[in-house]
Design a binder for this molecule. Structure first.
Ligand code: C2E
Ligand code: MG
Ligand code: MG
Ligand code: MG
Length: 278
């Protein structure tokens, strides 16, 4: 049977592959151009202290306003950007654009809080990263204490020593470091102890089914306890309901990011949100 199908199967795969490869190539070329053509944009998601309902930060999330395909979310292009190295250019663009924007809000006293940026390990390890970050801080009169870099737990593993040195430098400058999607990667506790990090972000996959899912509730409590004992700050992402928020607050995680308070929104919407929540 396999033999019978062998040839057709191959042809099927071959044409699929070609189509896939062609689409990827087209996507790669247009992503490369997207930065220069100003097709990228940033949405900001508020981070809220549930006790005061005040804003404590904004996370910058990149989007691609594609000329024919509409607004594209990172899951569609970040993977490709990482494979091709374009992520370095994207992250640099996001960093400068968001810092410029947030610095303006600080100047207008609309905001006094943190800007969180997602940093790929490729950018963190790039030769010019330290220079670039210093230049951006300087260009936009941005205080290091206003900045937090989010590194996904899944990326933390690679190249410990060099990464730790970089993070230590950033931390010494006063920049906050957080571990994103915490609980989904494999970072060891001893590594966590050695890293100069300020905050864990509980991954949204653990939040989705609480309260109700006993295992997820236990995991969330354990992560909060871990953060407590390592003296790390903690925030939950992907919070959508009252019940999820209440569970978190009751268990000691009062910082909340999620659709419950706000979806990621455009800079014009942020302005409105800030006027309402400060
Ligand atoms: P992340 O850093 O973990 O960001 C949180 C993601 O969860 C965002 O998806 C956000 O829209 C989504 N989210 C927030 N609250 C809720 C909620 O209540 N329910 C649900 N279902 N989702 C929620 P988004 O914007 O699609 O970004 C996906 C990922 O892409 C980010 O995950 C981050 O890893 C990556 N990413 C986004 N922007 C950048 C960037 O500028 N540079 C890099 N390197 N990666 C980025
Ligand atoms: Mg993040
Ligand atoms: Mg996350
Ligand atoms: Mg993520």
């Amino acid at each position: 049977k396999a033999k019978e199908n062998g040839r057709n199967t191959f042809e099927f795969y071959a044409s699929e592959m070609t189509e896939y490869a062609l689409e990827r190539m087209a996507m790669k070329t247009s992503l490369k151009e997207a930065i220069g053509k100003e097709e990228l944009c940033i949405h900001y998601q508020p981070q809220i202290d549930a006790r005061t309902e005040k804003i404590i930060g904004l996370e910058a999330l990149v989007r691609w306003q594609h000329p024919t395909r509409g607004l594209l979310y990172p899951e569609v292009f970040i993977g490709l950007a990482e494979e091709t190295g374009l992520i370095v250019d994207i992250d640099r663009w996001v960093m400068r654009t968001a810092m410029k924007q947030v610095s303006a809000w600080h100047g207008e006293a609309l905001l006094s809080d943190i800007l969180a940026l997602n940093i790929s390990i490729k950018q963190l390890e790039g030769h010019h990263f330290m220079e670039e970050i210093e230049r951006a801080l300087n260009d936009f009169a941005f205080k290091p204490a206003w900045l937090e870099l989010e590194i996904a737990e899944g990326q933390v593993m690679k190249n410990h020593t060099e990464m730790i040195t970089r993070l230590e430098k950033l931390s010494a400058m006063g920049i906050g470091i957080s571990i994103d999607d915490f609980g989904t990667g494999y970072s060891s506790l001893s590594l966590l102890k050695r890293l100069p990090i300020n905050r864990l972000k509980i991954d949204k996959s653990f939040i989705m089914d609480i309260p109700g899912d006993e295992e997820d509730m236990a995991i969330v409590k354990a992560i909060i306890a871990l953060a407590d004992s390592l003296k790390l700050d903690i925030i939950a992402e992907g919070v959508e309901t009252d019940a999820q928020k209440d569970f978190l607050v009751k268990n000691g995680c009062t910082k909340i990011q999620g659709f419950y308070y706000s979806r990621p929104i455009t800079s014009e919407q942020v302005r409105y949100f800030l006027q309402k929540h400060q």
